[in-house]
Each structure stands twice: as C-alpha cells, then as structure tokens.
Ligand binder design. Sequence first.
Ligand code: WT7
Length: 570
Amino acid sequence: MDMQVIPARSEDYNLKDYQKTRENFKWDDVNKHFTWNETGKVNIAYEALDRHAENPAKKDKVALLYSAPGREERLTFADLSKQSNRFANVLKKHDVNKGDRVFLFMPRSPEFYAAFFGILKTGAIAGPLFEAFMEQAVRDRLQDSEAKVLITTPALIERVPQDELPKLETIILVGESGVAHTYIDYHREMAGASDEFDIEWVNLEDGMLLHYTSGSTGKPKGVYHVHNAMIQHYATGEWVLDLKEDDVYWCTADPGWVTGTSYGIFAPLLHGVTNVIRGGRFTPDDWYETLEKNEVTVWYTAPTALRMLVSHGEGALRKYNLTSLRHIMSVGEPLNPEVVTWGLKAFNLRIHDTWWMTETGAQLIVNLPTLEIRPGSMGKPIPGIEASIVDHEGNELPPNQMGNLAIKEGWPAMMRQIWNNPGKYESYFINGWYVSGDSAYRDEDGYFWFQGRLDDVINTSGERVGPFEVESKLIEHPAVAEAGVIGKPHPERGEIIKAFISLNEGYEKSDELLEEIRQFVKTGLSAHAAPREIEIRDSIPKTRSGKIMRRLLKSWELGLPTGDTSTLEE
Ligand code: WT7
C-alpha cells in the first residue's frame, strides 16, 4: 500500500495500548472514578464542579479562563461552584423542578456557565440555543420543549416571540434592559441568592440536556441526553483529548451545539482541567492569539477553522508562539488529508479527526493519539464501542464495501429520546444497530472512511442544516412559490446552502429580490441557514406525491447524470 501514514509520536499518552484496553474493557470500570460509585447519588454538575471545589488541592484552580472583546475573567472551581449554586437558588425561587426545561439563549459568558450548571443542579434539563438563531428557530425549540424558563439578554429578547409561548413562565435577562420590570434581572437575583444549595441528586438515566438538531424532513428534533453521558465524556477526555492535570484546554465550539457542551464544558471540567472560553466570532488571528495568550496545550476545533488557517498563510502563523500546543483534534465534517499534512508542517503535530453526532452524545470513532493516522480516515472506534457498516436491513457488510455507518446500540452517552417524538427515536435503530445516516466504509485494518450523508442533511462549516427548515422559511416570502434546498460542495466551508426557487405571479427576477429573500431567511431563521446561492427556475422538480426531488437538483448542480426520474411529476 502506498498510502501515507503518520505514526504515533513517542509521548506518554493516557491510553497506551488500544487493543488491550478494548479487549478487557467494561464501561462499569469507568464508574470507579466517580463518587456515585460509593453513594449511588449522581449529578453531572457535582462531578464537574463541586467535587473539585470540595478538594482543597483543587478548589482554587482556574476552571474557566474566559475572554471576549472587552472582558476577561478567571473563575476557579470554587467560584463556579458557588455561582451555579446561587443560580440554582434563583431557579428554585421561580419554581423550577426536576425535569423542567430551562433554556439558555445567550453568548458565551461567565453568566452562561453559572446558569448552565445552576440548571443542572436543580435536576432540570438545560437547553442551550445558538446565539445566531432568529425568531423562527427560537420559537420552534421553545415550543417543542415547552420550556418553562428562559435565560437571555436584552439584545436577543426581541427574537423571542413571547405571545406564542404560553408555557414560558419566566424570562431572566442578563444585562441592562430598560424594561427590567417585566423581566427578572439576573444580576439582582444573583446578588440576593445564597451560594449554598442542596443539589438535586438524580438517577444516571435522568435527563440533563436537550440539543435540537436537523434531519432531512420536519422541524428540528430535541435530542435528549442523560447524566449517564458523563461516563463517556470522562473516558474520552482521558483517551482522546488525552487530558492531564496541567493542561490548558480549548474547544472552539459554541455550547449551542453538542461539541460545545460534551467537549466545551463536560469533558475538561470532569477532569478538573482549566478550560479556555473565547466569546464572540473568531478570525484566524483570533484563533492564533487565543492559543498563544492562554498557552493552550490541547485544542479541539473544526475542519472549516483549520482550512481557514491554511488559506490565511504561513506568514500569519509565524507571528505567534504556539509551542505550548501538544495535541490537536477536529470534528464535524470531513478533515481533508491536505489539512492533516499542513498540520504536521505548521505545528509539528498530528491533527486527530474524531467522528460522532448530536445523537451519539460523545465521540465514537476517532484517531487516537496512540494509533497511526491514515489521513482522510476518521480512525477507529474507542474502547467500549462496536462500529460497523450495515445495509438498509441492518446486516453487516464486509470490508471496503460502502454502506451505512452504524453503532451497536447502548453506549453511555447515547441519546435516550427524541423529545416528544418516540417514532422518530425508534427510526434510528435497525436490528440492534444505531444507524447514523452517514455513508462510510471500513478498511481491512478496521479504519473507517467517511463518504457522505445518505440523506439530504447539509453540513455547512460543520453546522448541520435541515433543507426542509430552509425551504419552509423561503416559501413564507411572498415572492417565493416553491423552494428546494441542497448542499453544494465548497472548498473552505465543506458545503454551502444553495436554494432553487420558483417565483409567484407578479414577481420579476432581480438581484435586489434575491438579496431580499436571502436576508429574509437570515433574519427570520438564522444566519448560518441562509442560502449563499439562490437560483430561479420556472418550477421545482417534485415527485408525484409532492416531495421536492433534492437529489435531482443536486445532480443538475453538479452536472451529474440524473438517474431514475420515473417518479418525477410532469
Ligand atoms: C454529522 C453530525 C458531534 C459532532 C459535531 C457535529 C458529520 C461529524 C465528522 C467527521 C466527517 C463528520 C457527519 C455526522 N461529521 N464528524 N469527523 N468526518 N463527517 O454534530 O451537528 O450532529 O452532525 O456531522 O455527517 O452525521 P452534528
């Protein structure tokens, strides 16, 4: 084989022997690292914060190293433990109980993290929303989850359609609002709250988190995760993130997405490791600056970010001292082999691709520090995980054959429900396998290779977008009669969103109209879901049963043969 492989380096990695660990592995053994092993009581907030705050050797260690334009703060484990206690008391005052849904719609800030852990301490279920969401996206999620409390900011409150949210009882605002009397003021409530709180002990299988994500049809779905996920966050923090006591760790993902909670919050804090938080949007220079200034040692980011660094050039890179970096990982989209090769040159480090999904709750197939890297491959399943390639009936396929990437069901961080939608949840499982919807193959040596999505879900800059949501928004615009939305390959962003539309009678094609329609999606749904390209057609191809034929649109776009169009409506 003439494939280039990158050997593991000689560092002292936490996971030394992949094969041996896999062979003897039981998830129950990971349990031994946690207090519930002795007490039978559990709460992920206790394990991530209070446990360290109670430890004299650890309590004054920095948990969050926060910076954003114009604001810098360091919070120790003791600080964050107390502040989340305060917030839990605030929530109790507003009648929040175990199982209630409490949503966060705000940028990354120290208040966000205090509130997030405060929610978990009450036993309620936290629902973090990406700050770029506009009204429609916010409405869909708060309605479906029947959220009782929302924590947001004066700048974002106008995107919350309060009249349409009868279940939403309380809104807590972080920041000056001018209309404070109608809302609860975060800082005033916190000032009056005790920093002691009787944490709500829950069962491992009790809910802690709802992350909404997109499929190819229907509205976004509430992926429900339970406290048990921490076992896998902890284990992968050790094996994949390779966290050690003195590390300074940085995950670039926003907590509105699952990477930003599982690995932007839980994995590092469960290990008691200092976690860098950078608010705001980043440019390549911001990335380098954040790495340098905080002396980051372990960095978890996304292919889009890395590709932007590649195109930003060597000159920019050389302005920074990045010698503290020792371990880099990537997630969310295919990691191009060229980027891996660039990483070797730029940082003298391997970039470790990791594969998982919102539904899986934690990493499953990864490039482990101890294994050789085959650039372009997602790597191998972690200990405790059985992965395979299956056909549409859930039968396993032999090596090198493409099929549906599947995981033997029942790992600790696996979603336990799709909120309010048991049918959808069931549809993920066939014959004992969780079927991912990604097409992939496995080579003879057990390395997995990603090929693409089997459905119409779009992955733009690592963010997952459902075409149906964008189409629904487009046809709300008075000029748009019909819409079909696809992902179009793009060198830096992986895919961009392209919309095909037909116009209603009385509307003429013009650049102004196209821009207006684009803005309509951007301001109504969310910026990352707005089509970068819109093409007008006389009609949009549909099946006789009325389904948009996105596959045909994609073939047109790529100049590919159109395949079977026998179901096409005349
Ligand atoms: C989809 C899941 C939880 C991770 C962040 C995204 C794609 C994820 C990789 C990878 C190629 C990847 C898949 C997957 N994806 N990781 N290493 N290589 N594709 O979570 O928003 O739920 O998206 O992202 O298509 O199904 P998500």
